[in-house]
Design a binder for this molecule. Structure first.
Ligand code: MG
Length: 255
């Protein structure tokens, strides 16, 4: 420490105890949070580095962390040196590992060439627990039903805003997912999602109605486990993905 630097208190032991906590206000003994190197910023040309404590699911180096529907090797082609592209007809791919509540970062882009409109344009999806879809779609100047728009919680909640960039440009999803919980086959806590699309808040701790459904109501009628894979959807469009990382979150309350 430089000799001319003023040294100040690192906390107090004579302050009131916080409600619902064993710690005092400004408690000197309260554990310091772990130090994490934050992610680097991505540009259209280059993805940023993942944060130091993330589980990297895809960095362009291969699909070892992923499998096809039947459990075999994921057959989507690697492209551009740092991306992977949906192979139409090959089916969804899923992570070999299972995750529960988490922070998930995914970058993706829709084909620059437009061949259809509405749900036929750059359609894919990111599923948490393999069940809860955040919609991937080229929603730039592309009218479709609101709860199927880009970044929608598909079939349930439209995004708060349409944050789409032009087809061919990279998008960023940052998703905080709180897994639902069951006890004795009954739902005790529903799933919640917070989603930022290209840095804009589009879902704020939205309570989900159940696993994603198409043309019908979602429900929690079929209990499932607390974890599951991240799934990327093959909806027949050559959507590309890059820079996918996840941070499991065991609990949301700070120590
Ligand atoms: Mg989809």
């Amino acid at each position: 420490m430089p000799s001319n630097m003023r040294e100040l208190p690192k906390g107090y032991s004579d302050t009131p105890v916080l409600p619902d906590s064993r710690w005092r206000v400004h408690d000197a003994d309260r554990p310091a949070p772990p130090v994490v190197t934050p992610p680097g910023f991505s540009t259209q040309e280059r993805p940023g580095n993942p944060p130091s404590d993330a589980t990297v699911l895809f960095d362009g180096g291969g699909l070892d962390a992923w499998a096809a529907r039947d459990g075999g090797a994921a057959a989507w082609p690697l492209v551009e040196g740092d991306a992977v592209e949906v192979a139409p007809g090959a089916g969804d791919i899923h992570t070999r590992a299972a995750f529960g509540s988490c922070q998930l970062h995914v970058e993706w882009r829709a084909p620059a060439e437009i061949r259809a409109d509405s749900q036929g344009r750059g359609n894919s999806g990111v599923f948490l627990l393999g069940l809860y879809e955040v919609q991937v779609l080229d929603g730039y100047d592309n009218p479709t039903y609101a709860d199927g728009l880009t970044a929608a919680i598909y079939g349930q909640y439209p995004p708060l805003v349409n944050a789409c960039v032009a087809p061919g440009a990279w998008h960023v999803f940052d998703i905080v997912f709180e897994a639902p919980a069951y006890a004795d086959g009954a739902l005790t806590s529903p799933a919640h999602m917070t989603v930022l699309h290209n840095g804009l808040l589009v879902h704020h701790r939205q309570r989900l109605q159940g696993p994603t459904a198409h043309r019908q109501l979602a429900s929690y009628d079929k209990p499932h486990g607390p974890t599951g894979p991240v799934v990327l959807q093959d909806h027949g469009d050559r959507v590309r993905f890059r820079n996918i990382w996840i941070r499991p979150i065991e609990r949301f309350a700070a120590a």
